[in-house]
Design a protein around this ligand. Sequence first.
Ligand code: SF4
Length: 332
Amino acid sequence: MGPSRRRFLHDSLATVGGLALAAGRATGASSHPEDHEPAYLRLARQGRLREVERQLREILAACRLCPRSCGIDRRKGKTGVCSSTARLKVASHGPHFGEERPLVGSGGSGTIFFSNCNLLCCYCQNWEINHRGDGRVVGEMDVADMMLDLQRKGCHNVNLVTPTHVAPQIVGALCCAVDRGFRLPLVYNTGGYDSLDVIRALDGIVDIYLPDFKYQDGALAAKYSSGAADYPEVAAAAIKEMHRQVGTLIVDRRGIATRGLIIRHLVLPHNIGGTDRFVRWVATELSPDTCVNIMRQYRPEHRARDYPELSRRLTSEEWEQAVAWARAAGLA
Ligand code: SF4
């Protein structure tokens, strides 16, 4: 890849919020944005979208939607680690301009922020939504309305933020929206603590996966993310499946993402996130072409100050080291 191509990708993946990044090559471009048909439309035509919805909804009866495998019946109002019944709760929706540029373009990424979370990190920057569950209970038809509203507003995609614990209800809302003319690509914006079975079920529904890969060490994942000791292997398996489904990032002529994978990795103080291991994993287990957003905006939020090692921002040396590791792995 020539320097100008690399420069384009570096610039295009950078976010408005000033996040630095490491990016490999994004694959070529679909010929024209209007040529791209979101994957779920095909499933809908085949009548299989409702089947997937039914399959996912059954999981709620003894919930194992995520690796926590709580086993409770959420349809009866029971709650597990994510504090969510079967009812959808949404904190907000609207065009968002702080995501990666291929998602934002000129019209914005159409975010829908779901309340609660299955990972629950002690340094969560959206703890009011994810831990406290701020938001309002809505029906699936309301979420379908939000999807259509974001489409009307000119967003380039619908960005499902923290979708893991509400995947069945999202597919239910999608079915309603498709019947009413929805056709934007779906972005699955997840913390990475996803069930492999659920990700497999989403094959053909999600066009753009946007997972975090937060830790490489299970003991650290357990310590800072509510006991999620199996996070490294679970996230690795889920992200590999996402990559198998959608491949590396594809952008159209305007630089807008139409399909593919972008992995986010937040650099943590004292290399708690294992950035060196993360970049090597991407290069060897996926491909150096994988688009990776290495993020430097860590700040101690929520309960981070209970942990002295997480009670400060990154130093410049830590950031430069992270970038050097990404370069050494061939990602930047
Ligand atoms: S989605 Fe929630 S209830 Fe279901 S297994 Fe995960 S944490 Fe438990």
